[in-house]
Every structure is written in structure tokens, then in C-alpha cells.
Write a protein that binds this ligand. Structure first.
Ligand code: HXC
Ligand code: NAP
Length: 291
């Protein structure tokens, strides 16, 4: 299988400046490393300076290229504007905004304080709004075209999910923003897409969603038709394509990459997977009798 390898040709993102919120860890870092390999320059932000500094250094050592970093809390519009201005001072342009930063944890909703609810909604929904508005306004005011906003949502933005209600509500808002602005800002030459990943093990997600013995309750082989979790490179391949000039007609799309996980939970008769082969002979006979 080649899904653990890069997909696009080496210069596919040459000359592009890509901003990744939350780019110092997890999926943001993995996508960033592949973008670097493809010739892009990066600007990453997050709240923890030491995490960003270490990530930038390691990413450049591993992949070459340039990684600019600055602390920025995406919940605060003035910090987002300061980050944008610093990126522009460094690179003079921004081509892609990747809204990747998020907050999340599992909890019965009745146990959440209003502040706990806000902690997640403010990072995911308000943070994505802040970044999109700050970078988008700049592109529009300068009449710059061929820009891309890619946001990372989740499969449960559509279906909803118990125990992550603030995240589900916020990610649903990001999906709505993606589809709305794909139409509204097309006239300014800005494309909007999103990726809805299923489970891709990262320290950030697993420490908050799968603590302790909970991974033992999640049987990947039962929950995901393809019977494995996602690999970071296959997500990076999809993201690189969507932000590249190979995807200029992709606009307003939310691409699910989850091994079929959400559909397994949705299909009315999917439970019949549990039926053994030998029983299908009997079922064949039994159902023919009904004609
Ligand atoms: C209940 C909690 C809580 C928890 C925090 N709070 N954690 N309540 N259960 N586990 C409450 C606090 O008591 C506080 O309530 C309020 O939330 C704010 O908490 P702070 O710690 O002050 O917030 P903050 O420092 O802003 O941290 C935000 C955070 C944290 C979301 C709580 O986890 C974080 O920084 N996360 C960033 C990274 C992350 O979450 N990555 C995972 C993304 S994975 P009061 O009442 O005092 O205000 C993902 C994957 C989805 O999205 C799909 C997977 C398949
Ligand atoms: P992660 O490593 O915890 O990534 C979250 C990043 O967001 C961190 O770098 C964090 O840095 C940053 N961040 C959080 N709050 C911020 C704020 N207020 N301002 C700026 N940056 C902030 O988790 P991940 O798994 O890679 O998740 C990345 C994205 O993928 C998220 O959008 C998540 O919802 C999505 N996703 C993940 C999975 C999965 O299985 N891993 C599945 C579906 C969707 P600081 O803490 O330093 O600020």
C-alpha cells in the first residue's frame, strides 16, 4: 500500500505560503511537514511558544524550507490580526489558511459548566471565524485572488455525537461557514473546502478523547469498515491536493476520510455484517419464500 507515501509531485506547492493554526502538533504538523516537502513556506501558530519553537526547528531540520511561528490565541481577534501582520511582514503574502486549531474533550453534557462549553466553542467556531475573517478581509481588500481556506471538521459535524456536544456544535458551524463562503467569496477568488477526518491517533486528541482504558472499549475492527485508524500521510495527501493548484474546481466540499466509519453507524441494515456466511444460505431460502 502506498498511502503512507507522498502523492503529489515535488514542486506541487512551490511558492505558496500556508498558514496553519495549531500547526505545531498532531495533524497540523503532519500536514505542514508534507506541505514543506512540496515546496511551501509555512507559518504556524498556537498558544504555547515552546511547542511552536521546537516544532518549527524540527520541521525545518527534517524537511528543509521555512517555518515561521508566532504565539496566537485564535479566540482573540487582535492576536489573529497581529499574527497575520507578522506573517505578511515575513513572507509578503499568504496563499492558504488552514483552520486546524481545536479544543475538545469527552464529557456528559450535563457535567459541563458554561465555561467548559465556551472553552471548546470559542477555539473551534470563534477561532475559525476570527482567522477566516482576518485573512479573508486582507485578501479581499488587496484584490488578491486564487486563495484557499481549508478547515478541519469532523464526521460528527453532520451526524452529531454524544459526549462531545460543544465540539459537534462548533464543527457544524465550521461546515456551514465553509459551504456559505464557498459561494459568497468565490467572486473574490477564494475557495473554501473542509476535511472531515475519522480517527487519526494524535497525542492531543487521544489524551482528551481516549484516556485510560477507553481505547479498549473502541474496537477499531468493529467500528471502521476498513479496520484501521487513519494514517497521517493519507490525510496530508488529501489536504495538499485540496490546497494545491490541482484542485481549482473543488469549492464548498467537505471531504470525509474515515474508512467508512460514520456510514457503518448510519446504514439501517449494516448490523447484518454479523451474519455468518453459512446463514446467508438459509436467509436466501427464507426470503425467496416471501415472493
Ligand atoms: C470538563 C473541563 C475539562 C474536562 C476543561 N474543562 N477540561 N470540563 N471536562 N475534561 C473546563 C474547566 O474546568 C473550565 O471550566 C473550562 O473548561 C475552561 O478550562 P481551561 O483549562 O481554563 O481552558 P483552556 O486552557 O482554554 O483549554 C481548553 C481545553 C483544552 C479545550 C479545555 O483541552 C485544550 O487546550 N485543548 C486544545 C487541544 C485539543 O483539545 N486537542 C484535541 C482536538 S481533537 P470553568 O467552569 O472554570 O470555566 C478533536 C478530534 C475530534 O477535536 C474527533 C476525533 C475522532
Ligand atoms: P492537537 O494536536 O491537540 O491539535 C490542536 C492544536 O490546536 C494544538 O496545536 C493547539 O496548540 C492548537 N490550539 C488549541 N487552542 C488554540 C487556540 N486558542 N489558539 C491557537 N491554537 C490553539 O489535536 P489534533 O488531533 O492534531 O487535531 C487537529 C485538528 O484535527 C482539530 O481541528 C481536530 O478537531 C481535528 N480532528 C482530529 C481528529 C483526530 O482523530 N486526531 C479527528 C477529527 C478531527 P496549543 O494548545 O499550543 O494552543
Amino acid at each position: 500500500m502506498t498511502y503512507t507515501k507522498g502523492m503529489l509531485r515535488d514542486d506541487a506547492l512551490a511558492g505558496k505560503v500556508i498558514v496553519i493554526t495549531g500547526g505545531g502538533t498532531g495533524l497540523g504538523r503532519a500536514m505542514g511537514e508534507y506541505f514543506l516537502e512540496l515546496g511551501a513556506k509555512l507559518a504556524i501558530c498556537g498558544r504555547r511558544e515552546e511547542v511552536l519553537a521546537k516544532a518549527a526547528e524540527e520541521m525545518m531540520a527534517a524537511k528543509g524550507g521555512e517555518v515561521f511561528y508566532k504565539t496566537c490565541d485564535v479566540r482573540k481577534y487582535d492576536e489573529v490580526e497581529a499574527f497575520r501582520d507578522a506573517v505578511l511582514e515575513k513572507y509578503s503574502q499568504v496563499d492558504v489558511l488552514l483552520n486546524n486549531a481545536a479544543g475538545n474533550f469527552i464529557s456528559p453534557t450535563e457535567r459541563l459548566s458554561p465555561g467548559a462549553f465556551d472553552a471548546v466553542i470559542d477555539i473551534v467556531l470563534k477561532g475559525t471565524k476570527n482567522c477566516t475573517l482576518a485573512f479573508g478581509k486582507d485578501w479581499i481588500s488587496k484584490e488578491q485572488k486564487d486563495k484557499v481556506v481549508l478547515s478541519i471538521t469532523t464526521t460528527y459535524a453532520n451526524t452529531g455525537s454524544a459526549f462531545v456536544v460543544p465540539s459537534a456544535m462548533a464543527k457544524a458551524g465550521v461546515s456551514a461557514m465553509t459551504r456559505s463562503l464557498a459561494v459568497e467569496w468565490a467572486r473574490y477568488g477564494i475557495r473554501f473546502n473542509a476535511i472531515a477526518p475519522g480517527p487519526f491517533p494524535t497525542e492531543g486528541a487521544w489524551s482528551r478523547l481516549m484516556p485510560g482504558d477507553i481505547p479498549d472499549m473502541l474496537k477499531v475492527e468493529n467500528q471502521i469498515p476498513l479496520k484501521r485508524a487513519g494514517n497521517l500521510q493519507e490525510l496530508a495527501n488529501l489536504a495538499a491536493y485540496l490546497v494545491s493548484d490541482f484542485a481549482p474546481y473543488m469549492n464548498g466540499e467537505i471531504v470525509t476520510i474515515d474508512g467508512g466509519e460514520w456510514l457503518l453507524g448510519a446504514g439501517e441494515l449494516n448490523f447484518l455484517q454479523a451474519v455468518p456466511d453459512e446463514m446467508w444460505d438459509w436467509i436466501g431460502e427464507a426470503t425467496r419464500k416471501g415472493k
